[in-house]
Design a binder for this molecule. Structure first.
Ligand SMILES: [Zn+2]
Ligand SMILES: [Zn+2]
Length: 311
């Protein structure tokens, strides 16, 4: 099945494995017609991605994924259709990147305490853009060293709360992040809400605070959600009158739950975040019948097993 819209992806500008050009070419080859590049805390890949998107005949949406802190927890806010040159957004992202460098040093010190030396240099060796050093780069180092078998296992045994290499960190203020996106002309989307390990009440509080701060959409279909969570967050979107988004959160082959262009459709009853976007015109996305859902087979209880993420 192929989906023509994918609004969450990463390149080597943050912790993806493909350069912006390679990512866009892969998306085009997988049948994606509208792609958002949403690197963590950096917009430096957008120009390159746009140039290739024009060549490949697909629409590129300017995006970013901002690391923010909500009630001492780190949450991600995707900005779609942002203006990358907008000053307060640029300054805010630069401040987050500076914080990442400082956090990396503390992670390395914690790993050293756990008997794993050399991880700072080791992690930077995997960061094509040294401005964005992330836990994923530490994870790749741990895998290369043979300490853990794959990066997904790293995030069960290391670098997470209660495990070696975990450090607390203060990211951008939640409301500030939403404010930068909105003021730059973009739409703020709460990324993968099912990944924050929050109970029903806290999730409701997070989504209510997000909306209160100006957030307009939540990711319903993402590579991070199970089929049950597609339904759960579709219902949150309706309850809070928020638009629904979909994106693979693709980082690279073997590292992501879902590939580009392989997302199921939004559950029925969702209002898509792209409902009024010119990129979604039938002329752009192809046959008219594809435009409303903009994705592959619609979700039903019968095909739930087929589309449930494997990991
Ligand atoms: Zn994220
Ligand atoms: Zn992401």
């Amino acid at each position: 099945m192929s989906s023509v819209i994918d609004l969450h992806s990463h390149s080597t500008i943050s912790d993806g494995l493909f350069t912006p050009s390679e990512l866009v070419r892969r998306a085009a080859a997988q049948g994606v017609r509208v792609l958002a590049l949403t690197d963590h805390d950096d917009v430096a890949g957008l120009d390159e991605a746009r140039a290739v998107a024009v060549e490949a005949g697909i629409a590129l949406v300017n995006g970013v994924e901002i690391s923010a802190t909500w009630n001492k927890r780190s949450v991600h806010i995707v900005g779609l259709h942002i203006a990358p040159a907008y000053g307060p957004l640029r300054d805010g992202l630069a401040a987050i990147r500076a914080g990442r460098g400082e956090r990396a040093m503390r992670i390395a010190a914690e790993l050293e305490r756990a008997g794993i030396p050399g991880s700072l240099e080791g992690a930077y060796a995997y960061a094509a853009n040294p401005g964005i050093i992330s836990r994923t780069h530490f994870a790749r180092f741990l895998v290369a060293k043979g300490i853990v078998k794959d990066t997904r296992t790293v995030f069960k045994k290391y670098l997470v709360k209660g495990k070696p290499g975990y450090v607390e960190h203060r990211w951008a203020d939640f409301s500030d992040a939403i404010g930068w996106i909105r003021a730059s002309g973009g739409i703020a989307v709460l990324a993968h809400p099912g990944r924050y390990d929050l109970g029903r009440t806290n999730l409701g509080n997070l989504i209510a605070d997000f909306k209160e701060a100006g957030g307009e959409a939540i990711e319903v279909v993402t590579g991070n959600h199970t089929a049950e969570q597609f339904i759960q967050f579709a219902s949150f979107a309706r309850e809070f009158d928020l638009l629904a988004s979909c994106g693979s959160d693709f980082h690279g082959v073997g590292e992501s739950y879902m590939d580009l262009g392989r997302l199921p459709a939004l559950p029925s009853g969702c209002k898509p975040v792209w409902h009024d976007w010119p990129e979604m015109s039938p002329e752009h996305v192809g046959r008219k019948s594809e435009a409303p859902s903009a994705a592959g087979a619609p979700y039903t209880a019968d095909n739930a097993a087929l589309i449930r993420p494997t990991y």
